[in-house]
Write a protein of this length. Sequence first.
Length: 258
Amino acid sequence: MRTKLIKSSYLELYKVKQPITISKHLGKVKPVDTDRFSFGYSISAAAVHSSMIEGNPIDFDSYLKFSESGMNTKSKSYKEIQDLIKAYDYATKHDLTYSNFLKAHKFLSETNISEQKYKGKLRDKDVFVYASGKKIYTGTGIDRLEGEMNTFFEDIHILLERNLSLTETFYFASMIHLVFVQIHPFADGNGRSARLLEKWFLSEKIGERAWFIKSEILYQKRIKSYYKNVNIGNNYLKINYDLCLPFLFMLPMALRIK
C-alpha cells in the first residue's frame, strides 16, 4: 500500500543528497556516560531541549540543578518539562498508535493547556501560527482535520509494517515530523508532539537506541534553521513539499552530536 500524506516522492533524491553516513554514525550512538540512569537522563535532555524550542527558559543544567535541589520545581516552566518527560516515558513503553499518541499529548499538555477538552484531543477551532505579530501559517481547517489525522496514522501504520532500510527509516521519521507540523492538529503542543513522534517512530524501527539520538538538542541548537526549514508554506492547502529536503537533512545531523 502507498502512503497518502507522508510523501515518498522525495526519497530517491534524499538518498543521493543526504550527506551523513547514517549507519556509521548510528553505530556510535550510545547511552550517556553518567552516574545517572542514562535512559532517563537522555529522555530528560530531550524534553528540556524540546521545551526550550517553544520558549521554556529552563536549560538542561538548570533543570538538573532544580531536580537535585528541589528549587523552582513548582514553577510552570519546570512542570511543563516534567509533563513532557512523562510523555516520552509513556512512548518508550507503548506501541506507536493513534490512541497512544493522543495519550502522550495529554501528558505533555497537562500544565500548558488549561482547558481539559484540548488535552489529548484534536482542536475544535482553526489554528494559526504567528511570528513577530504576523500570521505566518494556517493549519488544517477544522472541517477536514479528523480525516487528515486518520489518514496520517494509517500512513504511519503502513510504514511500521514495511521493511525499511536505515536511510528510509530516517527519511520517513523526518517526513512524519514535517507533515504533522503542517497538519497542526492540537490547540497547543504541536511542536513538542512532532519531535516526540519522530523519535517514537524511529524507536519502533531501530529499537531503544533511538531514544539516545540527540535530535531535540540539534533542533534547539539550530533553532533558526529548524524554523526556516519547517516552513514550507503559509497555508495547509498551499504546502510546497518541493522545499522539504533541507528539513529532512537535519535529523541525521543529530547523529554527529557527542
